[in-house]
Design a protein around this ligand. Structure first.
Ligand SMILES: Cc1ncc(C[n+]2csc(CCOP(=O)(O)OP(=O)(O)O)c2C)c(N)n1
Length: 617
């Protein structure tokens, strides 16, 4: 096994060039085998094997730096930097992260997880290098999907003024998670299919550098123009900005890539190397279904089918169904996703109402202001964005939607702990960052029926409103409790005395378990489904305070600025005498791992909560 010869960074340089294809094949087999067991990002990694090998052959790590945009495609990089064993514990608690982490390896130059940050970070690293008189190479690797994010252009705009070397690798597989969308995607597609690339199936290095006289030609041109930009006609969009463009080049030809990187390193300024890759390469099911294998649960290698077929609906499925119904009932309902038609469940809406569906690319900020415009124009936009990605659009929610009190519905999936993607993806801040924005109503459903009811309520509501729901199986218990959703009103599920549990969203299910345990221990216990985090149901809290010894709030959100903090504030303000115990996540970033395990770790599982309550009682 060639792979076994690679124990640390730069060991790849010991592999003979004739064996590069063999090594690439070994890496692919390794990744398929490991990810089939642990789950993880497969298709993007299979597409980036040769590209990563070529970068490692061209650079000297950790002195040189690679910044992986999003970071989900960094598995080969991990393999080539001595982390082969880490794949046993990939994305598990205290195991290896699925994303680059500076604390995990000195070869990981910058932590990523959210998209379109790599050019900004790389430019910062390049400037830090220059100011300190260092001379290492900085490479940012960004996908064509991530290049739909506005921040990438802000960075390119800034990078165009650079007079020292900074390499941007555009890893173009013509796919985001789903099909890539928009004008930039179309532009890249034109380059890819242009005769210069299609005709030869090779890139600039083959057409010019490799032909006899090629080098001489390159040198002459460079002398005349002092730039390599005349080598290529495509990429003028970047060239005109002041960024040298090299490409398109075949992203699965290691030797060819190494040659181009050598050229790129000579450019004094920002240089973009446009690399064409195939998402899922080397594994037929992933080539055929790149979206499904973007991030996958464990699967059977032979068939590509999930190891554990899913036969229960998750919250995304429920949202998907209710959106189709709402679209049918109300022609003004339009839906917006930021590059996640599959993940958010909006694909069905897209198929039914293509004219009322918008995939804006990985552009959450734009998605929200675009929705504000749609609302100002008289429509009823539903923006479906994962909790952690919506963080980016804070100002757009505040400035463009809420100051004008526009009726935009925010459907916030993956709220709460999400598990194996870890710190960057945990949706644990939304209750805090949303419920401090005036005019914005914030809700969380206790079960799948309530998600439907809340979506209907939200679409009928005349103002900005958010519904947040967790990843995973939609709870179907408590189906008999289906009181009408009323603004700011919570729902009493069990009314007793002693302890009053006020639970938000998914924590209602946990609260049921807590209540059972307390009752078994002889403690009388009420259960309130909070429903609204903003505004909180002050009446219900006052009522509970009068008839209970202890109010316990339960939410899957950080402590600061969450539901519990609001209840405490209210109880203090009203000088109510009842003690409040807020059960929240700590004010901290929570690492990757199985969600049940994480909850135990931070003390938000039923058992830990019962212990805390008993201690107080
Ligand atoms: C801000 C943000 N929004 C959404 C996502 C979810 N996401 C992860 S990867 C990805 C697609 C990336 O496509 P591309 O950059 O082309 O990389 P590829 O996987 O195709 O190599 C998306 C939308 C994210 N990571 N960050």
């Amino acid at each position: 096994m060639l792979l076994e010869q690679i124990e640390q960074a730069n060991d790849i340089k010991k592999i003979e060039a004739k064996d590069y294809d063999l090594l690439a094949e070994e890496i692919r087999q390794f990744l398929i085998q490991k990810i089939s067991v642990t789950g993880g990002h497969l298709a993007s990694n299979l597409g980036a094997v040769e590209l990563t090998m070529a970068l490692h052959l061209s650079l000297d790590l950790p002195t040189d730096k690679i910044i992986w945009d999003v970071g989900h495609q960094s598995y080969t990089h991990k393999l080539l930097t001595g982390r082969r064993d880490g794949f046993e514990s990939l994305r598990k608690f205290h195991g290896m992260s699925g994303f680059p982490k500076r604390k995990e390896s000195d070869c990981d130059a910058f932590d990523t997880g959210h998209s379109s940050t790599s050019v900004s970070a790389g430019l910062g690293l390049a400037k830090a290098r220059d100011i300190q008189g260092q001379d290492h190479t900085i490479v940012s690797v960004i996908g064509d999907g991530s290049l739909t994010g506005g921040m990438a252009y802000e960075a390119l705009n800034n990078a165009s003024r650079l007079t020292t070397n900074f390499i941007i690798v555009l890893n173009d597989n013509n796919m985001s998670i789903s099909e890539n969308v928009g004008g930039v995607s179309k532009y890249l597609n034109n380059i890819r299919t242009a005769e210069s690339y299609q005709g030869t199936k090779k890139g600039v290095y083959d057409t010019l550098l490799n032909i006899p006289m090629g080098n001489a030609m390159v040198n002459t041109i460079r002398k005349v123009k002092n730039s390599v930009k005349q080598l290529v006609i495509p990429g003028m969009f970047f060239e005109d900005m002041g960024i040298t463009y090299l490409g398109p080049v075949d992203g699965h030809d290691v030797k060819g890539l190494v040659k181009v990187f050598k050229e790129a390193k000579r450019v004094k300024g920002a240089v973009m190397v446009h690399v064409i890759t195939e998402k899922g390469k080397g594994y037929e099911p992933a080539v055929r279904h790149p979206s499904r294998f973007h991030g996958t649960d464990p699967f059977e290698i032979e068939t590509g089918l999930p190891a554990k077929p899913r036969n229960v609906a998750n919250y995304t499925d429920i949202f998907s169904t209710v959106m189709c119904k709402l679209g049918n009932r109300n022609e003004k309902v339009v839906a917006i996703t930021a590059a996640m038609p599959d993940g958010t469940g909006l694909k069905r809406f897209r198929n039914m109402y293509p004219d009322r569906f918008f995939d804006v690319g990985i552009a959450e900020e734009h998605a929200v202001t675009f929705a504000a415009g749609l609302a100002a124009g008289g429509l009823k936009p539903v923006v479906a964005i994962y909790s952690s990605f919506l963080q980016r659009a804070y100002d757009q929610i505040l400035h463009d939607v809420c100051i004008q009190n526009l009726p935009v519905v925010f459907a916030i999936d993956r709220a709460g702990l999400v598990g194996s993607d870890g710190e960057t993806h945990q949706g644990i801040f939304d209750l805090s960052y949303l419920s401090s924005i005036p005019n914005l109503v914030v809700m969380a459903p206790k079960n799948k029926y309530e998600l439907s009811d809340m979506m209907k309520f939200a679409v009928a509501y005349d103002g900005p409103i958010a519904v947040r729901y967790p990843r995973g199986v939609a709870y179907s218990g408590l189906e008999e409790f289906r009181a009408l959703v009323e603004l700011g009103k919570s729902e009493w599920i069990y009314k007793e005395s002693g302890v009053a549990l006020f639970a938000v969203g998914g924590m209602v299910k946990v609260a049921e378990e807590v209540r059972e345990a307390l009752k078994a221990a002889g403690v009388s216990c009420s259960l309130v489904n909070a429903r609204f985090v903003e505004p909180i149901d002050q009446e219900a809290v006052s009522e509970a305070a009068k008839s209970h010894d202890l109010i316990v709030t339960l939410e899957e959100n950080v402590a600061s600025g969450g539901y519990g903090a609001k209840v405490v504030e209210y109880v203090n303000k009203e000088r109510l005498s009842t003690r409040v115990l807020p059960i929240t996540l700590p004010d901290a970033y929570i690492e990757h791992g199985n969600v049940d395990l994480l909850r135990k770790e931070v003390g938000t599982d039923a058992e830990s909560i019962v212990a805390k309550i008993k201690e107080i009682l």
